[in-house]
Design a protein around this ligand. Structure first.
Ligand code: PEP
Length: 253
């Protein structure tokens, strides 16, 4: 397989600077030997710079949780890609379902963010996923496909190849209800096929992460699926030992 594995931790609205630095000091010790997997943490904005310093010369990369698509201007509270790049981010999460549900992210604005992230040298971890009502109405595949198409619209092949996609069923996020490995694989396969129809080279290299109540005890089976290349982890990324255990649950290279 030519795809890199990735385990990314989305800390959401958790961790002061002091707590964040303590967490990554523990984490870097626990995963220092890992070479065959990209390990990424996404602290809140306030902790990005101190965490970048604490991660210097480590194998852990830094991500933002969100990024605005404009470069500068009268956008109170917003943070640009250039700002994130300068403090050491290599990635930014884009269109997490909490941003879609609570902060007005749309299909169109997700595409603007994906493009702006690339423009500033950041790799978007682009999130897509259906709600419980959409799954129950048998709309999972069409909803996820529409989110995917909208987010990657207008990307050239070389840019598309650098994308990371996270499939996160909304009903599995923070609920303790994990998608079964078969349910997750079914949607991941559809995403891979849809990417292949657009750009076969990109489909082979884009890591597809699963997210939604991933824990040390369910990670191994999820990560063993053919089209699941990694995980986007919320709650279990807030404890160094748990997050490290998920990294260690990846299939051997
Ligand atoms: C997430 O926030 O992206 C997530 C998957 O959260 P959790 O692991 O807590 O369900």
């Amino acid at each position: 397989m030519t795809r890199r594995r990735m385990i990314a931790g989305n800390w959401k609205l958790h961790k002061t600077v002091t707590e964040a630095v303590a967490l990554v000091r523990d984490l870097r010790r626990l995963v220092s030997q890992v070479r065959d997997c990209d390990i990424v943490v996404a602290p809140p904005y306030t902790a990005l710079y101190p965490v970048a310093k604490a991660l210097e010369d480590s194998n852990i990369k830094l991500s933002a949780q969100e990024m605005f698509y404009e470069d500068k201007g009268a956008f109170t509270g917003a943070v640009s890609g250039a700002m994130l790049n300068e403090v050491g981010c290599a990635y930014t999460i884009v269109a997490h379902s909490e941003r879609r549900q609570l902060f007005g992210e749309t299909l169109e604005s997700s595409n603007k963010r994906v493009k702006a992230a690339f423009k500033h040298g950041l790799i978007p971890i682009f999130c897509i996923g259906e709600t419980l009502a959409e799954r129950q109405a048998n709309q999972t595949m069409q909803v996820v496909a529409a989110q995917l198409d909208a987010g990657i619209a207008g990307l050239d092949s070389a840019t598309l190849k650098r994308l990371v996609v996270a499939y996160e069923p909304v009903w599995a996020i923070g609920t303790g209800v994990v998608a079964s490995p078969q349910q997750a694989q079914e949607v991941h396969r559809m995403i891979r096929e849809r990417l292949r129809a657009k750009d076969s080279g990109a489909a082979e290299v884009i890591p597809l992460l699963y997210g939604g109540s991933v824990k040390p005890d369910n990670a191994k089976e999820l990560l063993a699926q053919a089209d699941i290349d990694g995980a986007l982890v919320g709650g279990a990324s807030l404890e160094a030992e748990q997050f490290a255990a998920i990294v260690k649950a990846r299939p051997s290279a």
